[in-house]
Design a protein around this ligand. Structure first.
Ligand code: ZN
Length: 335
């Protein structure tokens, strides 16, 4: 093996190490979001590392502006911290900060390259557009002065203008990546303002407005086969499971089917029911429970009155239908 080939192998190893380190930095960034969210009792479902960045899927987005601000800032702050730590060896000349190229990382410029990458991660994430952290930071800051729907509208508008700018700049400079990023930001802004618009069309309504009083109950001691009979008997797909007159759990069609196939029809309902029940208050605002109703594909909630008496149920489909009706009426009034 001649010298130059040895150098190439070395370079390849350092370049691969650089990309692995970059993934780690992106992961730590997402971990920053997740830990900040945890502080406000919001769990993270999972963290995905994408080529263009990462994504921490939170159970819900915090709606209190100060909380949203902290959760959004926590990610870039991690990269600032990493950059600050690496700054010392670079400034002391322990790493070559002149020679930077993302295709040939060497032992000499490795630390500088990781430092640059973290600075770029911070700048990229602070672009004030959804779904970037900068978009959330902007919305949170605006929401401290105005209502959240309006803040989202303005933030999404700024994001879309920026996105169009990126696309045009990308086309004129022949920078394909910039065009892609522009499209990505444009879609992100649209999705975010759509979601918030939807949620704000529920303003002024309460859980009582979507209440279904026609529901079916099962006793938790009943065998699962009875539940199956009830499923076939009508339109109901979700059941309340009762113990001593109180709701002890819920049983969905899929939980029922899963139970029947894995454990048989003779086992009592309580063995397969879902015990993590979210009770809704009849006078709770629909807007406030909307994020909760969107967490699962099909969410199902018992509804209690002011005396904690069961008065009906609500499911996510119901809420979606209500939104469709509201939007149709609003469109008609506007047109
Ligand atoms: Zn982030």
């Amino acid at each position: 093996m001649d010298f130059s080939q040895g150098k190439n192998v070395n370079e390849t190893i350092w370049t691969v190490t650089f990309y692995l380190t970059l993934f780690l930095c992106v992961f730590l960034h997402e971990l920053g979001h997740a830990l900040a969210a945890k502080k406000y009792h919001i769990n993270t479902k999972d963290i995905t590392i994408l080529p263009i960045g990462g994504l921490a899927r939170l159970e819900r987005i915090p709606e209190i502006p100060r909380q949203e601000l902290w959760v959004a800032v926590a990610g870039p702050l991690v990269n600032v911290a990493i950059a600050a730590i690496l700054y010392l060896p670079v400034v002391l000349g322990l790493s070559d900060s002149q020679e930077y190229s993302i295709v040939s990382v060497t032992r000499d410029n490795f630390i500088s390259m990781v430092l640059y990458a973290n600075i770029i991660l911070v700048l990229f994430n602070l672009i004030p557009a959804f779904p970037m952290d900068g978009g959330r930071i902007l919305r949170a800051l605006l929401a401290m002065k105005m209502d959240r729907a309006k803040a989202t509208k303005i933030a999404a508008g700024i994001g879309q203008v920026l996105a169009v700018g990126f696309v045009l700049l990308g086309i004129f400079n022949g920078n394909f990546m910039l065009t892609i990023i522009g499209f990505f930001i444009y879609l992100g802004a649209r999705a975010e303002s759509g979601y918030t618009q939807t949620s704000s069309s529920l303003r002024g309504y309460t859980v009582k407005d979507v209440l279904m009083t026609d529901f079916k109950v099962l006793d938790k001691q009943q065998p699962l086969v009875n539940a199956a009979r009830l499923l076939l008997d009508g339109q109901t797909k979700d059941f309340l499971v009762i113990e001593d007159g109180r709701v002890a759990g819920t049983l969905s069609r899929s939980e029922m089917i899963k139970g029947l196939s894995s454990r048989g029809g003779h086992i009592p309902v309580e063995n397969v029911m879902n015990t993590e029940v979210n009770f809704l208050k009849a006078d709770a605002s629909l807007e406030s429970i909307f994020p909760l109703s969107q967490q699962k594909d099909k969410a199902f909630f018992p509804v209690l009155d002011e005396n904690d008496k069961l008065i009906g149920v609500v499911d996510s489909e119901n809420i979606i239908e209500f939104i469709m009706i509201r939007e149709a009426i609003n469109k008609n009034n506007a047109g």
